[in-house]
Design a protein around this ligand. Structure first.
Ligand code: GDP
Ligand code: MG
Length: 438
């Protein structure tokens, strides 16, 4: 997506207000990005319509770049849609809190049951696991092995008793033994079927769970919507756990499932190991779905720190070749506010290529020395670097505690930079050639 977004950015340069056509163009790319991330097509359609409403006519003169503004809106809406804040696990005031895990076969119910127990145990709770899958061969054993590993007891009545009876007995056992959480692992099927749903509904009736968590495989893609919708209609889910996010899926299922069921995603699983379970953070998932990594945090930082009017002024100077050491200093200060230089370059699409380039120093100590040299210049020298002859350079070296070679190098770099900036001038503001050149 990164290259695609760069194109959007450069296309949207230099506009005062986002026209409908601009927005449509940007949203076409966002739409593709969402579909690529396997978000359900109907969910995508609704989402795009909502964004369009918000974006058309927005004033872009004050923003970092117009393209970024659109992406920023998209990101915020995506985050909002997935739930704004993190959604916590229920806690019954009449312990034990009963949690029922449901989902298709292979989604990760049993594994996640163990992970969740471990998480609760770490918070000083006393969970009990119930082996409610009597159908899959070795399902009980799998849970017992997990239980031993994390030192959490597992309740089982073997595979000859009905899951409803097991759940009921498990609940009684938890009450009798002072467990404050009961997690019931259940059977899954390859596809939704009536028999399974009926059994799950019966367990639900019997133990009246505080949470019914749908465990869903993030790789499920478009199909996630049907699965989630079906389970929700029959069981009234209270939350979702998305598994296998350690794969290369972009996690579009998160958005689809949330949009269709309205149920919060409570946790994400990111590996086979028993501690690979994390709370769900909507903002992180939004970035992942958009496939743009740290770009969004860069946008945020830049919006906070870079003065758009000043950026325009500087750009004009660069284009007219009036860029001075005074401007240079000011720019260095602005960049410094954004964070360590090499991290910054990592975040910018295309810039990581520049990083490897010869002579491009990106270390902060170097930057401090540079600032010291520039600060040793007189106003006249800053404005007219051409007058920096040998004796002036020597004075600068002495004044800044550096060497003449370093001063020479900086002046050379400044000249090179002026040339380069003319080329890349569109990047940080509006107008110019844009990011395509990178
Ligand atoms: P169940 O049929 O729903 O109970 O699924 P299981 O818990 O037995 O898991 C099915 C397979 O998926 C197992 O091989 C697990 O190790 C694997 N698995 C579960 N969660 C994750 C995860 O978050 N990441 C990865 N990579 N594998 C997982
Ligand atoms: Mg299982």
């Amino acid at each position: 997506l990164a290259s695609r977004l760069q194109n959007v950015f450069s296309k949207l340069k230099g506009k005062g207000r986002l026209s409908e056509e601009d927005v449509n163009e940007a949203l076409r790319e966002v739409r593709l990005a969402l579909l690529e991330a396997d978000v359900n097509f109907k969910v995508v359609k609704d989402f795009i319509a909502k964004i369009r409403e918000k974006a058309v006519g927005l004033d872009v003169t004050k923003s970092f770049t117009p393209g970024m503004l659109v992406i920023d809106i998209v990101n915020k809406e995506l985050t909002a849609l997935m739930g704004e804040t993190q959604s916590k696990l229920a806690r019954s005031n009449k312990p034990p809190t009963v949690i029922m895990m449901v989902g298709l076969q292979g989604a990760g119910k049993t594994t996640t049951t163990g992970k969740l127990a471990k998480l609760l145990q770490k918070q000083n709770h006393r969970p009990l696991l119930v082996a409610g899958d009597i159908y899959r061969p070795a399902a009980i054993k799998q849970l017992q092995v997990l239980g031993e590993q994390i030192k959490v007891p597992v309740f089982t009545l073997g595979d000859q008793v009905s899951p409803v009876a097991i759940a009921k007995a498990g609940l009684q056992h938890a009450k009798d033994n002072g467990h404050d959480y009961l997690i019931i692992d259940t059977a899954g099927r390859l596809h939704i079927d009536e028999e399974l749903m009926e059994e799950l509904a019966n367990i639900r009736k019997e133990v009246d769970p505080d949470e019914i968590l749908l465990v869903i495989d993030a790789m499920t893609g478009q199909d996630a919507v049907n699965v989630a919708d079906n389970f929700n209609k029959q069981l009234e889910l209270t939350g979702v756990i998305l598994t296998k996010l350690d794969g290369d899926t972009r996690g579009g299922a998160a958005l689809s499932v949330r949009a269709v069921t309205g149920c919060p995603i409570k946790f994400v699983a990111t590996g086979e190991k028993v501690d690979a379970l994390e709370p769900f953070y909507p903002d992180r998932m939004a970035s992942r779905i958009l496939g743009m990594g740290d770009m969004l945090s860069l946008i945020e930082k830049a919006q906070e720190n870079i003065d758009a009017d000043k950026a325009k002024e500087l750009e004009l100077k660069m284009r007219n070749n009036e860029f001075t050491f005074e401007d240079f200093l000011e720019q260095l200060e602005q960049v410094k506010k954004l964070g360590p230089l090499d991290q910054l370059l990592d975040m910018m699409p295309g810039m990581n290529k520049l990083k490897g380039a010869k002579d491009l120093k990106v270390d902060d100590k170097q930057m401090a020395r540079t600032v010291a040299i520039v600060k040793s210049m007189t106003t006249q020298e800053k404005r007219k670097p051409e007058i920096l002859n040998a004796s002036r350079r020597k004075r600068l070296a002495l004044g800044s505690g550096t060497s003449v070679q370093e001063v020479n190098r900086l002046i050379k770099q400044f000249d090179d930079m002026r040339k380069m900036m003319k080329q890349f001038s569109g990047m940080m503001g509006s107008g110019g050639k844009g990011m395509k050149g990178l």
